[in-house]
Write a protein that binds this ligand. Structure first.
Ligand code: PLP
Length: 351
């Protein structure tokens, strides 16, 4: 690989203080983190060291101009104790797509993969094995270089931290179809996992929570007539027996779960359509009983079923089905992720 990793193992592991039977999601952090610095026009040597606070200049551009991007992925252990990742190169490619849009230097794939794999080997004991749990992995890159001038920084950091996490369970999710705010616009950064996108979601999401919903269904910024994403997840709608999701665009993030679901659905005989979904169509389908399911798709929850939605002061409940597509697809994808089923796609990567 292009650079050397300096490994500085902690003298005092915290692992004995962790209750692996009651893990929250993304709140307990493993012993080590990977860090690589971009300086003098190139990625410098990397280090794996104790997970600890980092020190930054108050003038670091991350704080002022929000040059910050991230990824979310998971590692699993199979019954034999082997560690696996799910389509990790896709995360690296997407991180670099986000990087390009935010004028952050791209990370070479070999540095990313080698850093990640070495970190997982060192913190292998932190990968939970309980059903539904996994090691959540958070790679992120940000501007550490300083200056108050509104221009890209000259120094950056890539850090990878991990968090042993229990199953992500949101409970009964009721969502509100957004009519005023937007998470992304044409020509903007919606397709990138840029930190600011999420900060901008918090306020409209809080308004929805205040009204008794848990999440917002984002609509297009221009007309608010087409549904685009569910919170920070891609959205799927089942009308009769057809599973529909919106096409990716400037505004819609190209989710790895989304495209895996499309592939699995097609291969298991579920009819799929990738096309714009109008709010009117969803409301009409709900009124006539044709709307069978809605769910969000993303790495954290894999599939998060939606129990009902609100639109213009009216609430619509979704039916409770015997064997919904959401459960079938979630089982199939998690079986592949955790090596309980054949992986005809070559999605699993052993560490
Ligand atoms: C991360 C993310 C997703 C899901 O992507 P995955 O690769 O499936 O985890 C969907 N929408 C938004 C806005 C996201 O940030």
């Amino acid at each position: 690989m292009a650079i050397k990793i300096d490994i500085q193992k902690t003298q005092k592991s915290r692992i004995d203080s962790v209750d692996f039977d009651n893990l929250p999601f993304g709140h307990v952090f493993s012993d080590h983190m990977f860090e690589c610095e971009f300086k003098d026009g190139k990625w410098q040597s990397a280090v794996i060291k104790e997970y600890a606070p980092i020190s930054l200049s108050p003038a670091a551009k991350i704080f002022h101009y929000g040059q910050s991007i991230f990824e979310g992925m998971k590692a699993y252990k199979d019954a034999d104790g082997k560690t696996m990742l799910f389509r990790p190169l896709d995360n690296c490619k997407r991180l670099n797509k986000s990087a390009e849009r935010l004028v952050i230097p791209e990370i070479p794939e070999d540095i990313f993969m080698e850093g990640l794999k070495t970190l997982l080997e060192i913190d292998s004991d932190w990968i939970p094995t309980k059903e539904g749990s996994s090691l959540y992995i958070r790679p992120f890159m940000f501007a550490s270089g300083e200056g108050f001038h509104a221009s890209p920084a000259d120094e950056y950091k890539l850090i990878i931290c991990t968090a042993p996490s229990g199953a992500y369970f949101a409970g009964e999710v009721k969502v509100l179809i957004e009519e005023k705010y937007a998470r992304a616009a044409n020509g903007g950064v919606g397709f990138a996992k840029a930190g600011g996108n999420y900060a901008a979601q918090f306020y409209p999401t809080q308004l929805a929570i205040d009204k008794g919903y848990q999440q917002v269904i984002w609509t297009d910024d221009n007309t608010h007539q087409f549904i685009e994403e569910a919170g920070a997840m891609n959205i799927f709608v089942r009308i009769n027996d057809t599973l529909i999701t919106s096409p990716t665009s400037d505004r819609i993030l190209d989710g790895i779960t989304r495209k895996s679901i499309l592939q699995i659905a097609a291969d298991t005989g579920i009819e799929t359509e990738v096309r714009k979904i109008s709010v009117g169509e969803v409301v009409e389908a709900a009124k006539t009983g044709k709307l069978k399911e809605m769910f969000g798709a993303g790495t954290a929850a894999v599939i998060s079923p939606i129990a009902g939605f609100g639109f213009k002061d009216e609430d619509f409940d979704l039916p409770e089905l015997e064997n919904p597509f959401a459960s079938q697809l979630k089982k199939r994808i998690t079986d592949i992720q955790t090596n309980k089923a054949e992986d005809p796609y070559g999605w699993r990567v052993f560490v």
